[in-house]
Design a protein around this ligand. Structure first.
Ligand code: SF4
Length: 462
């Protein structure tokens, strides 16, 4: 056992020491320091525009039958983790016992049953199912089986093309992975983030590399359709040498796909809180320029190893067989029935988010109410814009898709914005294709804000 493995918990004072690291050591030797805030565009319009006053708009949708050609995804949020990572901005619980977790799962099942009774959802079969968190793999085998059996009673999985499941390596045993495969999970996503134990420890991860290798071994033996590894470029204490080793290790492990995020420091993270205490403006992580260089290096390395870049964040081993049903379907406007605390859904053009704390979430369900906290009814223009910006993250999109679906050509609607991207070398236009080259893809989230309606620019994404 290495020194870092022997101490799995970083105390608060250790974190403050990390934040006192001089800028040079933290990788902040080039411009574009990593300051606090979310850069990642997960949806449109931004969440800060979603309001409790619009809850009724969700109920109006639910009272009507759905269009026949509309795909449906089902999401369930598991907000439990073994410990809180220092970069985490989600509402997660690290102190719940088995009976509290069972009560939460019962509430979630009740929520699905309520939705299953609504005209908009009755009898519909999900195209995809997604378990996110938090840490879905924190649940026991027994909890997973009873949860998924109850979900299948309401929304049959017999036509489901993908069942995706997020897992933290340290929570996985061979038995649990077998159960996941039996339940029908096709896409196992392992939150490995880094293969170096020191980096994992400094950033507050619960697992260590030994657990990552063990989980990967079991997953390969059991033959899931797709095994994905998540990595983060630019975690605290990351160095170029270590990042390169980390990428090469991922390639040696041979996953079907790899997702790489660039480290950001949203407001409600432990790192931000410590920054406030120490008066630092920029986070003790690599600069944006450094992170882009690292992801670029990783993409090149994966390509040399036979992988293909399939979006601003992903490489896949075999583009013919490795599909992202949930991503592609959502980015083409599918419905997402989302259940669980703080989860985000989208039904009939109305965005909604559930109560963000377990207390009000459970109370709403005890009172036979749906636990929706806030919502946003999108208009035609916002739906068009949403799909356009999300699809640009793939690195290309076809204007004819939007003409057919929305009766509007993005080349005309966004002629100024696209012209600027072309002038700056961040986009090219060729007949029926808008292409974002690699250096544009590496900073795509920053570029997308330029397409937003004026009132939505500069909005916070949390
Ligand atoms: S495992 Fe994910 S959800 Fe849980 S604390 Fe870490 S970053 Fe947050």
């Amino acid at each position: 056992m290495s020194a870092s493995e022997s101490s799995s918990t970083l105390s608060k004072s250790n974190v403050i020491d990390q934040l006192r690291v001089p800028l040079e050591k933290s990788g902040d030797t080039k411009g574009e320091k990593t300051e606090v805030g979310n850069y990642f565009v997960a949806n449109y319009p931004p969440f800060s525009f979603w309001k409790p006053d619009h809850r009724e708009d969700v109920f109006d949708v639910l009272a009507q039958p759905a269009p026949e050609d509309r795909n449906l995804g089902v999401y369930f949020h598991i907000p439990f983790c073994r410990k809180r990572c220092h970069f985490c901005y989600f509402r997660v619980y690290t102190d719940k016992n088995a009976s509290e977790i069972n009560a939460y799962l019962d509430a979630g099942i009740k929520e699905f049953q309520r939705y299953g009774e609504q005209a908009y959802l009755q009898g519909r079969k999900p195209q995809f199912v997604y378990f996110g968190g938090g840490t879905p793999s924190y649940l026991s085998v027994k909890q997973l089986r009873s949860l998924t059996n109850a979900m299948k009673d309401v929304f049959l999985w017999d036509e489901t093309e993908e069942v995706a499941f997020e897992a933290e390596p340290g929570t996985l045993t061979e038995k649990k992975l077998e159960a996941l495969r039996d339940i029908g999970v096709t896409r196992l996503s392992l939150g490995i983030e880094n293969f170096d134990d020191h980096i994992l420890e400094v950033n507050g991860r619960a697992h260590r590399s030994k657990e990552a290798y063990r989980a990967l071994g079991f997953a390969k033996e059991l033959g899931f359709d797709q095994v994905n590894i998540d990595l983060i470029a630019g975690m605290m204490d990351e160095t170029e040498d270590n990042w390169r080793r980390c990428v090469d290790t991922a390639i040696e492990q041979g996953p079907d796909c790899v997702t790489i995020y660039q480290m950001e420091i949203p407001y409600n993270t432990t790192i931000f809180k410590e920054m406030k205490e120490t008066g630092r403006v920029s986070a003790p992580v690599a600069t944006w320029e450094q992170k882009r260089e690292w992801v670029d290096w990783a993409f090149n390395r994966f390509e040399e190893a036979g992988y293909s870049v399939s979006s601003a964040y992903t490489v896949v081993k075999n583009p013919e067989t490795t599909k992202f049903v949930y991503r592609d379907s959502l980015w083409e406007g599918a419905d997402l029935l989302s259940a669980g605390v703080a989860s985000f859904g989208h039904l009939g053009g109305v965005h909604y988010q559930n109560q963000a704390d377990v207390g009000p979430y459970m109370t709403a369900l005890e009172q036979d109410d749906l636990p929706i906290f806030r919502a946003y009814p999108t208009n035609h223009e916002e739906r068009f814009l949403r799909e356009f910006v999300l699809q640009l993250k793939l690195g290309y999109t076809r204007p004819s898709y939007f003409v057919e679906k929305y009766g509007e050509n993005p080349l005309e609607r966004f002629s100024d914005e696209l012209g600027k991207l072309v002038d700056d070398g961040f986009a090219s236009i060729d007949e029926d294709q808008i292409t974002i080259p690699r250096h544009g893809m590496l900073q795509i989230d920053r570029l997308l804000h330029g397409f937003f309606l004026p009132q939505h620019r500069d909005a916070r994404y949390t």
